[in-house]
Design a protein around this ligand. Sequence first.
Ligand SMILES: [Zn+2]
Length: 452
Amino acid sequence: MDHAQPADVLIRARHVLTCGPGGDLRDGAVLVRGGRIAGVDAFERLRAAAPDVEVVGDGTGILVPGFVSCHGHFSEGLVSGIGEAHTLWEWFAHVVGPLEAHLTREVALVGTLLRGAEMALSGVTTVADMFCAAPGAEPVTPGVVDGLERLGLRGDVSYGAADTPGPRPLGPLLAEHEALADAAAASRRSRFRVGLATVPESSDELVAATARLVADTGRLHVHLHEVREEVTQCRVTRGAAAIAFAERAGLLDGQTLAAHCVWLDDADIAVLRRRDVAVAHNPVSNMILASGVCPVPRLRREGLTVGLGLDGPASNDSQDMLETMKTAALLQKVHHLQATAITARDVVHMATIGGATALGMADEIGSLEPGKAADLVWLPEHSPSLAAIHDPYQKLVYCASVRDVARVWVDGEPVVADGRVLGVDVPDLLPRAHELAVRLAVDAGLDSELAR
Ligand SMILES: [Zn+2]
């Protein structure tokens, strides 16, 4: 792939939602120079200042910062649309757990290309991933970095280490972290984060080793309080809920990204505040697995950072950020039986600057501000669904779909153009993906048409 500097462009739209201090602009534009945002202003003013730069867009529609998905699992890239009748722990026993020993680096690559393409087509530019696999002879997680690089997406990549019930020796788990960290360091757009699947799936030895890695690297991605069973089991075996235990063990000493946080009491929320833990809220996954409802309005009121996550292809099961945004709004409204429980503006901010803050990347991405990376999404007013924009936030959250995402840029480089993903030939990839999915289903003994 050619990684030459992307061309400078001036991108215009009727509604520019900066999700930053610049607020919203009518008939605005973003000037991109050298992959960075050089200006955000009225189109006519920027046009006058940069008369030679190519203009992209016809001045209709909505221009927003690229969406940040704060939680997901490319390890499930080939197993979507299965296991709908399970709650989390059954689902783990019947769907995801059996896969873990059969994931290869090629499966990681193909799963990432497939689901990363799906994400990009819904406007995602940054992906926080936790790849969950049994450590084998060869590291598998570098396949995720390879896939993200080909797609041009920004990655916050982790390996979801687990050893209970195992046993799994510590050495290969640490080797997997190391291989992923090396792959990320050698990449253009991925960054490594230490991962731990859950507290109940970790031995004391793994917890201690993870806390040491957090002290070294400063970042952790972990599932916390997703289901009631997790809280109960931790209280029984560890004498404390997972959040309290994690704090005591030093797991929360760095910049922590905690997926779910559905089952919280006041003491848990106090720990999250004290440790400035960022929450990745995954509404579709929480609904499919009947896990519960994350108290998003309360967490936001208490000053916690909340981003949105797609979660994995086996628990969402699509990888569509616009659908997740709409679901995030609907879930809080129906749960609280209050139309004001959350606004479309809240949701768009969670999907952009909230997600960037949750990953500790708000200086670089998440809003349209001069100096930041040019990660952008443009949805033109070309479809029945986007016609007549009374309120761009409500239109984006409640009306837009992947069909409306025309262009996506990361670092000013196009990753989606004319509604097509550029980094991978999807039709060309499908036969290989099918072949690998059949093998996985058979090897893992999944209850799947592919395994029969
Ligand atoms: Zn997860």
